[in-house]
Design a protein around this ligand. Structure first.
Ligand code: C2E
Ligand code: CA
Ligand code: CA
Length: 610
């Protein structure tokens, strides 16, 4: 606080001083001219020649100051004025007596000193004025008795007291006004500072925000002679981190990323946090190759240095960029392109760096085309359901099937679910699509029982937004009744993404499903944050270990150990574990040796029509 006050006092002084200096510089040439004119007038008057020389010398000094205003300090300029007025005052005294111009000029000198000079200097000048005043009074009385210089002791005493009172009043009033102004200025500066911080800086990370970024961008672009790249970093799964751990962890991750980015960015880079999980960079790289090197370094460095206690997955980014030169140097266009590329990277879950180019534009148009064909395809029943067996490898018995959607579009040809499912989810069609699949699958149930056995289970994949929709359980229950299916034969497969909705909104739905005897499986375990902790809070019956996990078991010993651990722990939690994507006998044997017999994969069966 004290430091703040001192710095605002310094700022205020600086502000006042520079204002005065400007005005003084304007006034100096006129003062010089007036002094020369006055010297000429005095020369032709009856006044002593000394006055003429004095005026002329002062005129010369002022002229010199006017010619070199920047070379002479403000203190010297003010001292010069005080010196000139005091000299004129003393000479006036010598010529005109004690009540002459002296008093007025010394008073003016003191006003200037108190207003514009440092407190100590102005106090020194005032004290000197009092001493000179006293000296002149005594001098007049003792040495000029009977001349017109003589002053009566009582008049002198009154003048002396009035002069001292005047100086005290001057100092007190000027300094109290100055203090008041200072206080206001500090408050004003503080609120301006806070307002600026709120408006232009991100409160959590302290980085510039999107407004500041857009404000500063033209300057940085100019410095980099108009060539460079606009880059967006989007932190994957921030909402998942918030749900699985807590918001504090999410905030901590963001702050750590901001610190690391800030540390490794070049001076010519502009960095900002432009939204919740998005960071933007302006980087004046000269080629795409250099840019890729830089982005690889930033990602690797961040992943290696960001260690969050308890999080067993490295953080990941969607990264997009656009080249300013390919946008005809239009910043707005460049921003738009980088952000379109980011949307594309996010919606297609792309690894690496996504740049805006013609190919991306084409892909976007393709996706738009697919989207437009989905609703008509549901009406014409182009979507069909294939089934893949889930097998007990020990008994070779099919214990259940998973329903997997297939689309052979009359207009577009075969489209993979990996392509159309995200488009459905993005375009809010999960509910009508999900209901279509549920209806289709449940109507197949009797045929499935005939094909396998009556205790076969039916797994259906459900998108997060469908699961948390209001009528999901009601619709499912009604369909189960409609086809007279034992509810405990149905398994709803959800992914960890469901946690984006927040554990509190997911929990009651899973409880409801549990109440109507429908089971729940957590799909793709091992691809996300794979924290077993939150599983204990959810009503989950089955854990499906993802293929990516299995792919590594033969090459990475640690994965095998981890898998064994997960299988043991899940069994203790009362969860059934199924390993997905098993393609070879070796993989199957390995998994069985870890104590898990339930397997789904091409090794036993590929998805096919009923
Ligand atoms: P998922 O639920 O994890 O389904 C398993 C995927 O792995 C299926 O891909 C399946 O064909 C494939 N797969 C199974 N065993 C093997 C194997 O041994 N090797 C290999 N390489 N792949 C194997 P598919 O059918 O292409 O489905 C992809 C994803 O699309 C599914 O992943 C699921 O998330 C989604 N999906 C499919 N049908 C539906 C649906 O009706 N509704 C929803 N919401 N999502 C669906
Ligand atoms: Ca699945
Ligand atoms: Ca899966």
């Amino acid at each position: 606080m004290l430091n703040d006050n001192l710095s605002s006092q310094a700022n205020y002084d600086q502000m006042v001083v520079s204002r005065i200096e400007k005005n003084l510089d304007k006034v100096m040439p006129f003062t010089a001219v007036i002094s020369f004119l006055s010297a000429i007038l005095v020369y032709f008057s009856e006044l002593p020649f000394l006055f003429c020389i004095l005026d002329f010398s002062i005129g010369l000094l002022f002229l010199a100051v006017s010619v070199f205003p920047t070379k002479i300090s403000i203190n010297f300029k003010i001292s010069l004025i005080i010196f000139a007025s005091s000299l004129v005052g003393i000479l006036s005294y010598m010529h005109g007596g004690f009540t002459s111009a002296f008093l007025i000029l010394v008073m003016i000198g003191n006003i200037i000193a108190v207003l514009f000079l440092h407190r100590k200097i102005s106090l020194f000048i005032s004290s000197c004025s009092v001493l000179v005043f006293a000296f002149l009074g005594i001098y007049s009385n003792f040495y000029h008795k009977g001349t017109h210089f003589e002053i009566s002791p009582s008049v002198f005493a009154i003048q002396f007291i009035v002069f001292i009172l005047y100086l005290v009043l001057l100092h007190v009033s000027v300094y109290s006004i100055r203090g008041y102004l200072l206080e206001n200025i500090s408050k004003l500066e503080l609120s301006i500072d806070n307002a600026t911080k709120l408006a232009y800086y991100d409160q959590l990370t302290g980085l510039p925000n999107v407004y500041k970024f857009k404000d500063e961008l033209p300057k940085y672009i100019e410095q980099s002679t108009n060539s460079g790249y606009l880059i967006f970093f989007n932190l994957k799964n921030l909402s998942l981190i918030n749900s699985i751990y807590d918001e504090k962890t999410g905030d901590h991750v963001l702050c750590e990323i901001a610190n690391i980015f800030n540390k490794i960015k070049a001076d010519t880079d502009l960095l900002a946090r432009i939204s919740g999980n998005e960071f933007a960079f302006w980087s004046p790289c000269t080629s795409e190759e250099i840019l890729h090197e830089k982005l690889t370094y930033i990602t690797k460095y961040t992943q290696e240095h960001l260690i969050i206690y308890n999080m067993n997955k490295k953080i990941e980014f969607y990264i997009s960029y656009a080249n300013l030169s390919s946008c005809n140097l239009n910043i707005q266009d460049c921003y738009q392109r980088a952000s379109t590329a980011l949307t594309y990277a996010k919606t297609n879950d792309l690894q690496g760096f996504t740049s805006y180019d013609e190919k991306l534009n084409q892909l976007l148009r393709q996706q738009e085309n697919i989207k437009d064909h989905i609703k008509p395809a549901l009406k014409t029943r182009e979507f069909v359901v294939y089934y893949q067996n889930k097998v007990n490898a020990h008994t070779q018995e099919v214990i259940g099937v998973e329903a997997l959607a297939r689309w052979k579009s009359a207009a577009l040809g075969f489209i993979s679910p990996a392509t159309f499912i995200p488009i459905i989810e993005r375009n809010n069609m999960s509910i009508i699509f999900g209901e279509y699949i549920i209806e289709q699958t449940l109507s197949d149930y009797t045929h499935l029982c005939n094909k396998f056995n009556n205790s076969v289970t039916l797994s259906i994949n459900i998108s997060p937004s469908h699961l948390i929709s209001r009528d999901f359980v009601k619709f499912l229950n009604a369909s189960i009744d409609k086809y007279s299916i034992p509810a405990n034969s149905i398994i709803i497969e959800i992914t960890e993404d469901i946690m984006i909705q927040g554990i509190q909104s997911v929990m009651p739905i899973l409880k409801e499903l549990n109440k109507i005897n429908v089971e729940v499986a957590l799909d793709d375990f091992g691809t996300g944050y794979s924290s077993l902790n939150y599983l204990t809070q959810l009503d989950i019956n089955e854990l499906k270990i993802d293929k990516t996990f299995i792919d590594q078991i033969e090459t990475n010993e640690k994965v095998g150990i981890m898998l064994e651990h997960i299988i043991n722990l899940s069994t203790q939690y009362g969860l059934r574990v199924i390993v997905e994507g098993v393609e070879t006998k070796a993989q199957c044997d390995y998994i069985m040796s870890l104590g898990c017999n339930l397997i789904q994969g091409y090794y036993f069966s590929i998805p096919g029509p009923l």
